[in-house]
Ligand binder design. Sequence first.
Ligand SMILES: CC(=O)[C@@H](O)[C@H](O)COP(=O)(O)O
Ligand SMILES: NCC(=O)COP(=O)(O)O
Length: 238
Amino acid sequence: MTKLSVNINKIATLRNARGGNNPDVVKVALDCERFGAEGITVHPRPDERHIRFQDVLDLSPVLNTEFNIEGYPDKRFMEIIRKVKPAQATLVPDPPNAITSNSGWDTITHQEMLKDIVAELKEIGTRVSIFINPEAKYFEPAKSTGTDRVELYTEPYASNYSINREWAIKPYVEVAHIARELGLGLNAGHDLDLHNLKYLKSCIPFLDEVSIGHALVCDALYYGLENTIQMYRRQLEG
Ligand SMILES: CC(=O)[C@@H](O)[C@H](O)COP(=O)(O)O
Ligand SMILES: NCC(=O)COP(=O)(O)O
């Protein structure tokens, strides 16, 4: 079964736009869980443009599903992970000024650093996932870091889906089987939506988890949050 983890970054974007507490990020997260989300994902960026570090502290004690915290493993990120000990930490190589995540890790060049980070996170009992591009050369080095899972960076798939979906999915199917052979758990995320999710799932049925935020929140403006979460869940059935 592939779990849906709802990324609530963009709920925080809307809240921050007016300086108050509407929408209430904690309330929305709990409602997402009630509506069928099987996890909550946040990405507290260094500039706190959306999710703030305080949001992480407010969410952690009240969530009922898995809490997945994404981010670059700098000092502040590691401190918050040590503090809240989430179910999962997803390491992304984003520079502080990145408009959004735009690549996975070079697990060859950064293997030693990742090894140390992964060991520290596993020591505190947090499952570790490493954001990764669908390039086979990065998978054995990823395994060598000791990570539990990898998260396939799916923006290239999403942007090529409408052009030629069989071509777009090909590298992802190839590396998904490599990950499985290596004993790595398999997540996926970035730019997944109601158009491309079902095909991804049909081609990689053993996906452990997808984390989806931007498109899901946009869809909720038209279909409502509860209905939208159910619509995404149905794309993952079978
Ligand atoms: C790692 C990933 O692909 C997403 O969490 C992405 O980082 C979302 O970040 P923004 O919501 O800031 O675009
Ligand atoms: N890890 C991907 C994520 O959490 C959400 O990405 P997106 O759906 O906002 O592009």
